[in-house]
Write a protein of this length. Structure first.
Lengths: 330, 288
């Protein structure tokens, strides 16, 4: 039986003290995983909501806002995950990812584009040596309801096509049924199939019901080898929320202290305005710390957000309110 | 029994069909023509103007796609609701302009008639502005009118009700949506008109009314890249120049302030409608 104390976990608001106990052994069986995950301190739902709400009242103006906007642009994973996606649309999106505002060369490129596996090759070709990465969803996205073989093959397909980041979905059915070992093994298998590609694990927090489950799923994904944990697919409502992201940021902070490995966070879905994006940046700074304020460690999965960031940027540069007519449609 | 306390109101803005306070939290005192306290009104900021433009833009696709018949019916309905509040408008005009009760009644009646008059134009303006054009080829060549888009309106300082109705009705009857900066000195009739509009089947966001300083808000609307046209009827000479310069940046349509004092009781003509219309011409091949 793996107890909380052996990992130095204390019940003080979820803080985890520094210790380098081998986390690998918690995955020995479903019962050890269960004991560990259920031994994590519970999340104070009211407290998390209140803290997220309090942090979102910060006023970020003028030069700080300018920096925040540019940082947010650099953190965007420009996403298109529609059944109607065509190579033409992906090429257009890639052009936008490299030069978000063609009239202003001082606008930085976004972090990555995120597409379905069959369009990875198109995106890789369109992005060339621009430095913008190609992320691909995989593993029977968005439901994750298929066999492990299919999920691994899906991942291998995307990696072979040139994806440098894989966004996998966890099996929420297995997770909610308490079959943590299955989820763990699937993540580990997909991680192995990724090779050198980064693995982002989508928890789909909108289907996990409680913040306690979000914390457990975050730890489970990180122990299994995730490089990033991501809130949602964008196909389920509610998608990313501030309190859920707060819980996940606490998890990565504590995981770094416990296991000595740094994991990134990506909220995705429902982030549409510059104001929202800046709230997330404040949350990152105040929860995980400024070390995470970098596109390597924090991403914003979004599509319409980019235009709002560009409009706000233009407003700050020209002093006049910008209109959507002057930016490309996604 | 003690004397009853007066209810001292602070009126709010009208944005997207709702009545929010100014984002800035500011208000200003509205006095009658004799200098007595009437009420407080919200003093809109540039951010309220931005929200109003967003609301007007959101309302535009639905309103411009509504049938002319439907838009006309809604304007008739506004006229009916305005008529129902006749006594309130009369009292407000007496306070604001210092006119007599009889004159105020005439002005309210004229405002009702003005709405009915413009309502009738909804399905007829196409007949005088559209045309079938003779062309040197086997084509039907048809020109038809389309609304310009989101129109910013600086309402006249004089004529707080009739002037206001006379600048709003021609803009919206053809399918535009608008953001109106009401008379700064006498905003109360505009707020009551907002209450009329809110209960008249007019979709939220088609008309947005801001109270406060035109000199402060109008230049932001003139410079706003998502505003398609601006009506400077209520702008003074200095403000009009500032706004025209800002409006040039994205080639807004500009309706300049009138050169002489306007008699709002006179026949308005169709100019205010046609100022905010675009012409679409279609070439259609005939036979083989």
């Amino acid at each position: 039986m793996v107890s909380l104390e052996s990992f130095g976990l204390v019940g003080d608001a979820g803080a985890v003290s520094t210790t380098t106990a081998p986390l690998a052994e918690v995955a020995a069986s479903n019962s050890t995983l269960r004991a560990f995950l259920h031994g994590l301190p519970g999340v104070d739902r009211v407290g998390a909501d209140a803290r997220a709400a309090m942090l979102s009242t910060r006023s970020i103006k003028t030069t700080a806002k300018k920096q925040a906007i540019d940082l947010a642009i650099r953190m965007v994973d420009l996403t298109t995950l529609e059944g109607a996606d065509t190579p033409g649309k992906v090429k257009a999106m890639c052009a936008k990812a490299v030069h978000p505002d063609p009239t202003d060369s001082s606008v930085p490129s976004v972090a990555a584009v995120c597409v379905y596996p069959d369009l990875v090759a198109t995106a890789v070709q369109a992005l060339g040596g621009s430095g913008v990465k190609v992320a691909s969803v995989a593993t029977a996205f968005p439901s994750g309801r298929s066999s492990l073989d299919v999920k691994v093959a899906d991942t291998a397909l995307a990696v072979a096509a040139g994806a440098s980041e894989i966004d996998m979905v966890i099996d929420r059915g297995a997770f909610l049924a308490g079959d943590y070992l299955t989820v763990f093994e699937q993540i580990a298998a997909v991680k192995a199939a990724c090779g050198s590609a980064h693995l982002k694990v989508i928890l789909e927090t909108g289907e996990l019901s409680t913040y306690d489950n979000v914390r457990r799923a975050s730890w489970l994904a990180m122990i299994a080898g995730a490089d990033f944990i991501k809130t949602s697919t964008g196909k389920v409502s509610p998608a990313a929320t501030l309190p859920v992201t707060l819980v996940m940021l606490e998890a990565v902070r504590d995981f770094l202290r416990t296991a000595g490995r740094k994991v990134g966070v990506k909220p995705a879905g429902g982030i549409r305005t510059t104001k929202d994006a800046i709230k997330y940046l404040v949350l990152v700074n105040e929860t995980a710390g400024p070390d995470w304020l970098d596109p390597d460690w924090f991403r914003l999965g979004a599509s319409s957000l980019l235009n709002d960031l560009l409009m706000q940027r233009q407003k700050m540069a020209t002093g006049r309110y910008a209109g959507p007519d002057y930016f490309t449609l996604d | 029994m003690s004397e009853r306390l007066a209810v001292r109101k602070t009126y709010k803005l009208f944005i997207g069909g709702a009545f929010p306070r100014s984002e800035s939290g500011r208000s200003y005192v509205v006095n009658s023509s004799k200098g007595e306290f009437l009420a407080n009104a919200s003093k809109a900021s540039r951010k309220d103007a931005r929200e109003a433009v967003a609301a007007a833009r959101k309302a535009f696709p639905g309103w411009s796609a509504a049938t002319a018949y439907n838009r006309g019916q809604i304007l008739y309905r506004v006229a009916e609701m305005l008529e129902g509040r006749r006594s309130q408008f009369v009292a407000e005009l007496v306070d604001a302009d210092g006119v007599g009760v009889r004159k105020a009644g005439e002005l309210v009646d004229a405002a009702v008639d003005r709405l009915v008059w413009y309502a009738g134009w909804s399905d007829k303006i196409g007949a005088i502005r559209g045309s079938a054009n003779p062309v040197a080829g086997p084509y039907f060549n048809l020109s038809s009118t389309e609304p310009t888009g989101v129109v910013a309106v600086v309402a006249p300082e004089a004529g707080p009700l009739l002037g206001l109705v006379s600048v709003i009705a021609p803009v919206i009857v053809t399918g535009n949506t608008c953001v109106v900066v009401a008379s700064e000195r006498a905003p109360l009739p505009s707020i009551t008109l907002a209450e009329v509009l809110a209960t008249s089947d007019l979709p939220g966001g088609v008309v947005n009314i801001l109270t406060g300083s035109a000199a402060e808000i109008a230049p932001w609307l003139a410079g706003h890249m998502d505003v398609n046209a601006i009506d400077l009827t209520g702008a003074d000479a200095e403000l009009a120049v500032t706004c025209e310069e800002a409006a040039a940046e994205n080639l807004k349509r500009v309706l300049r302030p009138p050169s002489a004092k306007v008699d709002w009781l006179a026949d308005p003509g169709t100019e205010r409608m046609t100022a905010f219309l675009e012409t679409k011409t279609v070439w259609h091949p005939i036979g083989t």
